[in-house]
Design a protein around this ligand. Sequence first.
Ligand code: MG
Length: 389
Amino acid sequence: MTEGNRSPRLAPYAAREALSPGRRIAEPPPTHRSEFQRDRDRVIHSTAFRRLVYKTQVFVNHEGDLYRTRLTHSLEVAQVARTVAGALWLNEYLTEAICLAHDLGHTPFGHAGQDALNACMRDYGGFEHNLQSLRVVDELEEKYADFPGLNLMFETREGILKHCSRRRAKELGELGERFLQGRQPTLEAQLANLADEIAYNSHDVDDGLRAGLLTIDELRNVSMFERAFAEARAGHPALDGRRLIHEILRRLIGYLVDDLVDESRDRLAKAAPADLEAVRASERPLIGFSGAMESEHRQLKKFLLDRLYRHPRVLRMTTKAKRTVRKLFETFADEIRLMPREFAQAAEKAQHETGDAGRLRVVTDYIAGMTDRYAILEYERLFSPGEPT
Ligand code: MG
């Protein structure tokens, strides 16, 4: 089945399954879907995907039902990216598969969880959520009789691995080569990465306002926000509350998406890559924001860093989250039998095969797989004498 039958129009530089290195383990082609559609479907049916519903974006899951979680974040990233992919005639199915999978390796408690695990594993190879997402789809998901993981297409795996150190790249074989040779990934991967930024910057503004940690007045110091505010108010001078916020946010997303499409179209027209190979050989990414939008976007990111991610309430949560993850790690590292049997057995086996690094990696996999609420529950079961164990 060719993509021609299944996909909207594809530009010559879009990823094509017919030219793909394919899957690590060869499988018969799907009958009613393209290969990249099959990847997307495998991601949606994975256990790690369902867990994203209880994993934090910025706010811990139990803080409120209206905040983004990793699941709704991933859906928003996919939605933004598919729009752009359609406009640029890129492979929408590959784009969607990458977006839905991009956060599968995220720990509980967002970046705080990742930082804590990374510190715990400092002497044993560290922890990085992109690499963990790859580990989830390559090894940790247990679904298929014939292979571990989801056995995804090369381009999907490549898109999940947004960045990686040179040291790590050397261990990753074919997938790591682009980091060593300074080559670009597919346009679909480049796009997924920026759609991620568009989604989180705009929804973090929304969640920050909802939580009362940010105000419209202070956000008006951010030029992109002020422009959207003025435009929204111009049409509806009396508008306020949630509707005003949404009218601003939809414009923010619109500015970013429009700019991304225009600038990428320009770059593609100038570079005129004949095919994906030419995209890979290009010196700089061909999907990107214009210089002006890039600096406005940076201003918004800096604002969020100062005012939201470092807000005392968020920092208190972050500190608590790190402590929780660290205590869980230390406890399971010391006594692997406190973990569920399959993890305890895997840890014992890994200890025999590769020593401490192997044992601790299994502990890390166990913790990284936890949802926020499961991590909190495990913590209480381990450290509160009154709790059932
Ligand atoms: Mg993300």
